[in-house]
Design a protein around this ligand. Structure first.
Ligand code: FES
Ligand code: FE2
Length: 466
């Protein structure tokens, strides 16, 4: 017994109280069976090593990432429904590169380097719909939507140009969970290998059967990793999102990590619907109820406000099962309280966060948006389960925000939370540039910040590869 206790103390995974148990304990008390893969814990002790600061600030480090990560990995471009019809296309920029992804036939996507093969102008400036061809704005060289050179003026003067050789330069393209991915490395691994066994976790939670309520993209003046790391732990909730403490037990969050061949992924499950042990104002569910009301607002005829006399997780879940059913027509009766309420967020190396469950049905992606370590793009999708019968609404246009724009005017209660996160990130970047602390780098918690440490370990492994 002594040994077991010592072992647990040696690596404590969360700290519960009577009022605010850990997610592990809540799962045992769930009013329905919780799927086994959610209760399966996988939290290796990754130690307490510091994270060197130059990984966030150095241009050289950024260039290594461009060469070894961004040119070689699978990355999300958009949802399939954002390019729903033949000729619809999406311009995807990462670091100093630009790619063009097009629905080239009803069930076919193609992706190319977005560069004209005459003298190198960026071929397409903006995403768009229904294109029959892509014409360069400089000298009018024109490619069809399958990437074949279709026409160019003065062909008589280009004896060395033939259409076959001048097809747009392709990159790998694939889909998973309703997302369109590309990988610039034509010799790289398949998307299935990249996703690996994380796919099993989503087998009964098909993200492709969801539609985007909104897609918002914000430019943030911070390194992509600084920004992403604000979303890989719940430890910041106490200070950054104080209004959430009455309904989010951040300290009881479960953190899990997996490596499966080429797939590297992790997960947080944050209990919702009970107060944090740091909460000062009891069990008011205000902040999270506002977010759920936002989801229900899809149908004006469905009551979307959580009744104020409901406090315990089982009753809140039952209310959500009922209102969500009224809204989508789908059957939620078998879903556990955990799946109806909690924040279950996955992370797939290097930069993609698909969420599981109805608690917060989001997805994120983070990437450098210029040839610089100091700015990034943060994409967020709110994914609602498609109605069981009838068509899902068409994808909305991406809302693009600059560094000084706020989320709240566009996405309400949810936006307020992102604005709070955004009030930290640029100031982290500023602080890191004159880091006065331990020369070895930043300090990370052993458990609550283990997902950050894990992906840094994978990142350094990739950067050391030839
Ligand atoms: S650079 Fe594109 S047509 Fe000349
Ligand atoms: Fe946050």
């Amino acid at each position: 017994m002594g040994n077991v206790q010592e072992k647990f103390n040696e690596f404590q995974r969360g700290l519960g109280t009577d009022i605010s148990p850990t997610w592990r304990d809540l799962a045992k008390a769930d009013s329905k069976p919780v799927p086994g893969f959610l209760t399966q814990e996988n939290a290796p002790n990754l130690g307490t090593a510091k994270i060197p600061v130059d990984r966030y600030t150095s241009y050289d480090f950024h260039r290594q990432e461009v060469e070894k990560i961004w040119k070689r990995t699978w990355q999300v471009v958009c949802r399939e429904d954002e390019i729903a019809n033949v000729g619809d296309h999406f311009v995807y920029n990462v670091a100093d590169m630009s790619f063009l992804v097009v629905r080239s036939a009803a069930n076919e996507f193609k992706a190319f380097w977005n560069v004209c093969l005459h003298r190198g102008r960026r071929l397409v400036d903006e995403s768009g719909c229904g294109a029959e061809s892509f014409r360069c704005g400089y000298h009018a060289w024109t490619w069809d939507i399958k990437g074949k050179l279709a026409w160019f003026p003065g062909a008589w003067d280009f004896p060395d140009v033939d259409a076959e050789k001048y097809s747009l330069r392709e990159v790998q393209v694939g889909t998973w969970g309703g997302f369109v991915f590309i990988n610039p490395d034509m010799n790289g691994i398949s998307l299935a290998e990249h996703v690996g066994s994380m796919d099993k976790h989503f087998q009964n939670w098909p993200l492709d059967k969801r539609f985007s309520l909104w897609h918002i993209q914000k430019k943030i003046n911070a390194n992509w990793k600084v920004t992403m790391e604000a979303f890989l732990e719940s430890y910041h909730v106490v200070q950054t999102h104080p209004q959430a403490l009455s309904s989010v037990a951040e300290h009881g969050t479960q953190y899990d990590i997996w490596d499966d061949g080429e797939a590297h992924y992790s997960r947080t499950i944050t209990p919702t619907g009970i107060p944090s042990k740091h909460a000062k104002n009891g069990t008011a569910l205000g902040a999270i109820a506002d977010v759920w009301a936002l989801l229900n607002a899809l149908r004006a005829d469905v009551a979307n406000t959580l009744p104020s006399d409901i406090h315990d997780r089982a009753t809140i879940s039952e209310w959500r099962r009922k209102t969500m059913k009224e809204m989508t027509g789908a059957d939620y009766s078998k879903l556990s309280d955990a799946e109806m309420l909690d924040s279950v967020q996955y992370f797939l190396f290097p930069n993609f966060c698909p969420w599981y469950g109805e608690g917060l049905p989001l997805s994120y992606q983070f990437r450098p948006d210029a040839d610089s370590p100091d700015t990034c793009l943060f994409d967020i999708w709110m994914l609602i389960r498609s109605p069981d019968s009838g068509a899902a609404p068409p994808a909305p246009k991406t809302i693009k925000l600059g560094p000084d724009d706020r989320f709240e005017p566009h996405i309400g209660a949810m936006g307020k939370i992102f604005d709070q996160d955004d009030e930290n990130m640029p100031f982290v970047q500023i602080g890191l540039k004159t880091w006065p602390g331990d020369p070895e780098g930043l300090t990370m918690a052993r458990y609550q910040e283990s997902r950050i440490r894990h992906y840094h370990q994978i990142l350094m492994k990739k950067l050391s590869q030839p």
